[in-house]
Design a protein around this ligand. Structure first.
Ligand code: MSP
Length: 520
């Protein structure tokens, strides 16, 4: 059996509730893993929360609660409920304050120290609590005579401590070679070029512990220090699947089955951590490197990265309450090229909702079901060939599969929705309501209605990963659950095999898939 397709999202800081930017990555991961499940692959989808460090600690303090209480509250009241609301089918949820994570991090660090990759040194430099990052001279922005972080536009803090260091510099050369020889391991190309340019410069060792506060995982041989929050957080991808466990144990078997990760999805702001520090940590431990790190762009508001700290964060529920969860999922995957920045606008989501979802897709479904009810006694007519649609469908499936697997969600959805448009054009050309008026055209009418219903079967399968709930409704309405089986069990390849919807399948008018929007 081939290895599990193991996909991760970044683990999110729980200093605040999630906004659109966070949901963007998690939805992309959900669409991709659902797609791979529908390809018949074994899949593991991990997300979680990053709970240590000064950023979370200070927010908890500002709210007058202990950090653990703060993170427990946010995880249970804000983060997990949002993923449920957005229909995210993750297989696991890792919290960095969990015992399973903390003990494995400590064990990993001890091993690195034994192998000589960790040493004691003095750190003296500038730190951004927003990024939880030690800033290098090239990352600092001088503003009004102050040294600031370009991402957070806030003054940097001076840190002078005796810390433990990781020999990051030892891995610059092998990593550079890796990205030059295996470009597919860091995508898109713009992200890879940035990493290559960073690795070609002067890569210095990394301070991996802090002594001035205690909200973190204690360094086991030096309890006065806690592990640097990024070193702790990056390890989640491996601790969640049993890093360092006895190979015969459950954790050890899970690790053998999932590691290395197939794709780490990250935002471009945290690329360097994932494409430099993380693989260096793995190399130091003699572990295989992730197959791919993919850096997506930012959702922008007013031309700037949407963020809570800049008061531009939009809550996902603001959108789902108006458009519904599936339209929300569809919109961000369809409208923005994954890997590039994109601006969110209410006008754009409204326009796409109406034209692509309500008109092209929703109307096609309701018209087809209504006509089969009216002209065919609610029974799907005999299976019939219709090469102009079946050929277009076979192409759409091939292109969509290629694009989705390459994380080009926009390209995949365009291929699928172009097919949907093609089917609409076919219905208009064939005008079944005219054929129905002439008894001698009965066979033609049946062929057209079969072809249209069969195309809807395929669309339900192809759009299921992106819009799980709506496609279920369509599947029910088509009667396919009874005549074919559960939608989630349908393979992508089967979508393109014409004739899948059996004759005689009983259709039922369901609720409107994308109701008309209420004016605000
Ligand atoms: N905790 C770290 C990640 C550790 S992973 C080992 C972190 N957390 S975060 O909550 O600040 O951000 C998590 C992800 O959300 C990042 O990939 C970031 O790019 C993404 N986004 C935050 N705001 C965003 C937008 N406005 N647009 C798109 N994604 C953005 O970093």
């Amino acid at each position: 059996m081939s290895k599990t397709f193991y996909l991760t999202t970044p683990i999110y800081y729980v200093n605040d509730a999630p906004h659109l930017g966070h949901a963007y990555t998690t939805i992309a991961g959900d669409v991709l893993t659902r797609w791979h499940r529908q390809r018949g692959e074994s899949v593991w989808y991990l997300t979680g929360t990053d709970e240590h460090g000064q950023k979370v600690m200070r927010t908890a303090e500002a709210n007058g609660v202990a950090p653990q209480e703060w993170t427990d509250r946010l995880v249970e009241d804000a983060w997990k409920p949002l993923w449920k609301h957005l229909n995210i089918a993750n297989d696991d949820f890792i919290r960095t304050t969990s015992e399973r994570h903390m003990s494995r991090v400590q064990r990993f660090l001890e091993k690195l120290k034994e192998s000589g990759y960790i040493y004691e040194g003095e750190y003296d430099g500038l730190y951004c609590v927003g990024c939880e990052e030690f800033k290098l001279p090239g990352d600092i922005l001088e503003k009004d005579g102050e040294k600031t972080c370009p991402t957070h536009s806030r003054a940097l803090e001076e840190v002078a401590e005796t810390n433990w260091f990781f020999k990051l510099s030892a891995f610059a050369k092998p990593l550079l070679e890796r990205y030059q020889q295996h470009p597919e391991t860091c995508e898109p190309a713009s992200a890879r070029n940035e990493v290559i340019s960073f690795l070609s410069g002067d890569v210095v060792d990394l301070s991996i512990s802090r002594s001035s506060f205690n909200w973190g995982i204690p360094v086991s041989w030096d309890p006065g220090q806690v592990v640097y929050v990024w070193f702790d957080a990056l390890l989640n991808y491996a601790t969640a699947v049993g890093l360092g466990d006895d190979p015969a144990s459950e954790g050890g078997k899970k690790f053998a089955d999932t590691w290395p990760a197939s794709v780490h999805l990250v935002g471009k702001d945290i690329l360097r951590f994932h494409a430099v520090i993380w693989p260096a940590m793995l190399m130091a431990a003699g572990l295989p490197l992730p197959e791919k790190v993919f850096a997506h762009g930012w959702l922008l508001v007013g031309g700037e990265k949407m963020s809570k700290s800049k008061l531009t964060g939009i809550a996902p529920s603001d959108i789902t309450s108006h458009f519904g969860v599936d339209a929300y999922r569809y919109y961000f995957m369809r409208a923005i090229s994954f890997g590039s920045d994109g601006s969110f606008s209410w006008e754009d989501i409204s326009a796409r909702y109406t034209s692509e979802l309500a008109n092209d897709f929703g109307n096609l479904a309701s018209r087809t079901i209504a006509m089969i009810e009216k002209y065919c006694d609610a029974k799907v007519p005999a299976v019939a060939d219709e090469p102009i649609l079946s050929d277009a469908l076979a192409d759409a499936v091939r292109v969509a599969d290629e694009k989705m697997c390459a994380l080009d969600f926009q390209g995949g959805l365009v291929a699928i929705m172009d097919f949907c448009k093609r089917v609409n054009g076919y219905v208009t050309e064939q005008a079944p309501w005219v054929l129905a008026k002439d008894d001698s055209k009965r066979a033609e009418l049946d062929r057209v209605l079969y072809a249209t219903a069969e195309s809807l079967r395929a669309l339900a399968i192809l759009l299921h990963a992106t819009m799980p709930e709506t496609t279920e409704k369509l599947w029910e309405s088509l009667g396919a659950h009874q005549s074919i089986g559960a939608l989630g069990d349908q393979r992508i390849a089967s979508a393109g095999m014409w004739g899948g919807l059996p004759a005689g399948t009983h259709v039922v008018k369901g609720e409107v898939l994308f109701p008309r929007l209420l004016e605000e």
